[in-house]
Design a protein. Sequence first.
Length: 118
Amino acid sequence: MAQVAGDYLIDRRYLEHNLSIDTQEMDKYFLQRLVHHRITERRLPLGRAVGIHQMWGDGRPCDACEEPLSPNERAVMAMVPLEWMSVHLHVNCYELWDAERSALFGEIGGRGESTQIM
């Protein structure tokens, strides 16, 4: 399947079979960069989540990757009081967001403790 990345089409099967590229690692790297960008652009919160709930997806887009949270996958809804913002994320996206915001928050002198999913 091809997906659009900027102005380019990416054929994951071609990359995996012809170039020996691990697309899962590539996806994780790009998602980490995307989450970092969204935090710095204030599209994702920088503060620590306090109200964290796991639930089933409901079709809305993930606030990190914008892929739908489908009904057959686990999702995380987290409340961030520092910005009075709630986020809806895939479990993997939540873990990347939490690690990235913790690192960024620590860089600016805050207490960026990580928050574990219950």
